[in-house]
Design a protein around this ligand. Structure first.
Ligand SMILES: NC(=O)c1ccc[n+]([C@@H]2O[C@H](COP(=O)([O-])OP(=O)(O)OC[C@H]3O[C@@H](n4cnc5c(N)ncnc54)[C@H](OP(=O)(O)O)[C@@H]3O)[C@@H](O)[C@H]2O)c1
Length: 258
């Protein structure tokens, strides 16, 4: 084990204005790390900076906007010569209830969850290569990447794409010694899930999930999935895809849909 505690690191985190990302940022700022925090809601990021004025620098960013990505890259390079950790947490969830396969829905979800994360990694990579402290890329995926859920074709596909990208990248940049950690939370109580109209088993608080994410960063494993009550059965069903798709997954359909 190289580093269990995460302290004195220079970290860039996206999705830091709300939910899991906000609580991860708070947890890391408390532990003497210096954070560059990004999301679209600048006022929420400024509120976080007011909580930790010495440890937080705000870089507003829509990860789907090329001009804002270029400006964020310029700002972060102006402020620091390296990053120790990138945490890509920015994400959206939209369900396809039809299924109508609406192009715009699929594009929105992929633009943020996949292309946005790729763009963020692209900006961070040269800075991570200059870290002298075991650099690491962390991405918040989802247990939905383990098996296909009804209505989640866009969301699940975006997270599977994200995971494939990072694992493939890990091979391509192996000489750089940059660790990659893919975190797969189950249901977490955040604005993203408060819109859900179905039961969410084993739902946990955002603060609890953030502690799990921070723990996973410290352990530096490739995958970290939680909670166990969901991750273990889903891991088993991922080995039995036909059984899952024909017999188990249909039980998760929202009544009246499909
Ligand atoms: N909640 C769950 O049950 C759950 C489960 C598994 C995985 N996850 C994943 O966890 C991550 C965080 O989700 P959450 O539950 O904490 O939801 P949340 O409270 O809605 O937070 C989403 C974050 O992503 C940011 N974001 C969204 N679109 C963005 C964009 N285009 N550019 C930059 N930032 C953007 C949001 O900030 P702005 O709106 O200010 O831009 C916000 O900070 C997501 O990747 C999500 O897929 C969540």
């Amino acid at each position: 084990m190289r580093h269990a505690a995460i302290t004195d690191k220079t970290i860039w985190i996206t999705g830091a204005s709300s939910g899991i990302g906000l609580d991860v940022a708070r947890g890391l700022a408390c532990a003497r790390n210096f954070l560059y925090v990004s999301a679209r809601s600048e006022e929420k990021l400024q509120a976080l900076k007011r909580e930790y004025p010495d440890n937080v620098h705000v870089i507003p960013l829509d990860v789907t906007n090329a001009e804002q990505l270029a400006e964020a890259e310029r700002q972060i390079n102006q402020c620091t010569d390296h990053l120790d950790i990138l945490i890509s947490c920015a994400g959206v969830c939209e369900y396809d209830d039809g299924p109508q396969l609406p192009n715009d829905l699929y594009e929105r979800v992929m633009q943020t969850n996949f292309h946005g994360a790729v763009s963020t990694v692209k900006i961070a990579l040269p800075l991570l290569r200059r870290s002298t402290s075991y650099p690491q890329i962390v991405a918040v995926s989802s247990l939905a990447a383990m098996v296909p859920f009804p209505r989640a074709a866009a969301y699940g596909a975006s997270k599977v794409a994200l995971e494939y990208f990072l694992q493939s990248l890990k091979v391509d940049i192996s000489k750089d010694n940059i660790d990659i950690t893919i975190v797969r939370p189950g249901f977490v109580d955040t604005p993203l899930t408060r819109r859900n109209d179905f039961d969410m088993p084993f739902i946990m608080s955002s603060d609890e999930a953030a502690q799990k994410v921070i723990g996973a960063i410290g352990k530096r494993k490739l995958f970290a999935s939680f909670p166990n009550q969901m991750a273990i059965p889903l891991g088993i069903f991922s080995l039995l895809p036909r059984l899952w798709i024909s017999a188990i997954a249909p039980k998760f359909k929202k009544p009246g849909v499909l």
